[in-house]
Design a protein around this ligand. Structure first.
Ligand SMILES: *Cc1c(COP(=O)(O)O)cnc(C)c1O
Length: 360
């Protein structure tokens, strides 16, 4: 078996221990004589998987009791549409902060459904910075304030939630959830597609304050209504059972690593080492304001873009894969989520130094 170091932005690396556990479980899971995929979602055995995944994510993130945890489908992208539909009346407006491609998409989808006020945008600076807090234009009547704590494509991350006064804060945490401890009580809603830091694609986690659930719009079809999913413990219809089980294995793996404090220590160390390598050379660069550089997605460019192809080819040969930057930004991007080990970052830094020496 040859495992590469996988820097994919998503679907992304999963912990090897988790993959091995899943492989061992597939033919005969927990003495059931079948895999977890072949089991009714209503069975006692699967409900235990579901409940234990919820209990473990609650423990990892210290989620207060007045928050529900939903396991949904449709990715973060479906939530771009369902959040306005559930949490705002037809005549209510919404505040969106735009700091990169994902918050831009979220704002554009919401604008098809409700009146959207762009509270601030980093577009002028090509999303290399967060607009200064005192420049944001908040609408005090907005139903909520939406932002993206970690812009997966631009590598722009908030290291603490912004102060938006009394407004309900909604965060698309798809690419940063579980990378460190957070104070859930600061948020009205946190949501995240699984395929970056949680598990395989196909499941979306939403942490939502229960008073917001209670207020969710009533005219919607049940499948679109958060309150209906909550009433049925996220089993309104058949959930993606295998993805739910895999997320549960990842939560247990995170607990074994020492939880999110321990993950934060390693994640910070990985990011700092990589940024130091980029900043320490004239050959590589990262344009993001250091105060907002992402721990999870590190975009960088080569001084000479003509060398991009050779860089990527050599990286592949060295077992360092999926480093090509998003087409909208160019250059490279190393996604260094929880499951990307420190050795992967060390190997990447060594490769970068070697490549520079050969080509500078
Ligand atoms: C990947 C990503 C999305 C899109 O997720 P889907 O599951 O494909 O809908 C949205 N927001 C952020 C921040 C992402 O990283």
């Amino acid at each position: 078996m040859t495992r590469v170091f996988n820097f994919s932005a998503g679907p992304a690396a999963l912990p090897l221990e988790v993959l091995e556990q899943a492989r061992a479980d597939i033919p005969d899971w927990a003495g059931m004589g079948m895999s977890v995929m072949e089991l009714s979602h209503r069975s006692k055995a699967f409900i235990e998987v579901a409940e234990s995944a919820e209990a473990d994510v609650r423990s990892l993130l210290t989620i207060p009791d007045d928050y529900a945890v939903l396991f949904l489908q449709g990715g973060a992208t479906l939530q771009f549409a369902l959040l306005p539909l559930n949490l705002a009346a037809a005549d209510q407006s919404l505040d969106y902060l735009v700091t990169g491609s994902w918050s831009d998409k979220a704002a554009k989808e919401a604008a098809k459904l409700r009146t959207v006020n762009i509270a601030g945008t980093g577009a002028d600076g090509n999303f290399t910075d967060v607009p200064a807090r005192d420049s944001w234009q908040l609408n005090p009547d907005a139903a909520y304030f939406h932002y993206c704590p970690n812009e997966t494509i631009h590598g722009v991350e908030f290291h603490a939630p912004p102060d938006v006064g009394g407004q309900t804060l909604i965060a698309d945490m798809s690419s940063t959830i579980l990378s460190r401890p957070i104070d859930v009580s600061r948020f009205g809603v946190i949501y995240a597609g699984a395929q970056k830091n949680i598990g395989p694609a196909g499941i979306t986690i939403m942490i939502i304050r229960r008073d917001l659930l209670a207020g969710s719009q009533t005219g919607l079809p049940n499948i679109m209504r958060y309150a209906a999913h909550a009433e049925k413990d996220s089993m309104l219809n058949t959930p993606p059972t295998f993805a739910w089980y895999m997320a549960g294995l990842v939560f247990k793996w995170l607990l074994r690593q020492g939880g999110l404090e321990a993950m934060a220590t390693v994640n910070r160390r990985k990011a700092e080492a990589l940024y130091a390598a980029v900043d320490g050379s004239d050959f590589y660069s990262n344009p993001v304001n250091p105060a907002y550089r992402s721990w999870m997605n590190v975009p960088f460019t080569l001084a000479d873009p003509e060398l991009d192809k050779a860089f990527l080819q050599g990286a592949d040969e060295a077992g360092l894969t999926n480093l090509k930057g998003h087409r909208s930004v160019g250059g490279m991007r190393a996604s260094i989520y929880n499951a990307v080990p420190e050795e992967a970052v060390t190997a990447l830094i060594a490769y970068m130094a070697d490549f520079e020496q050969r080509h500078a």
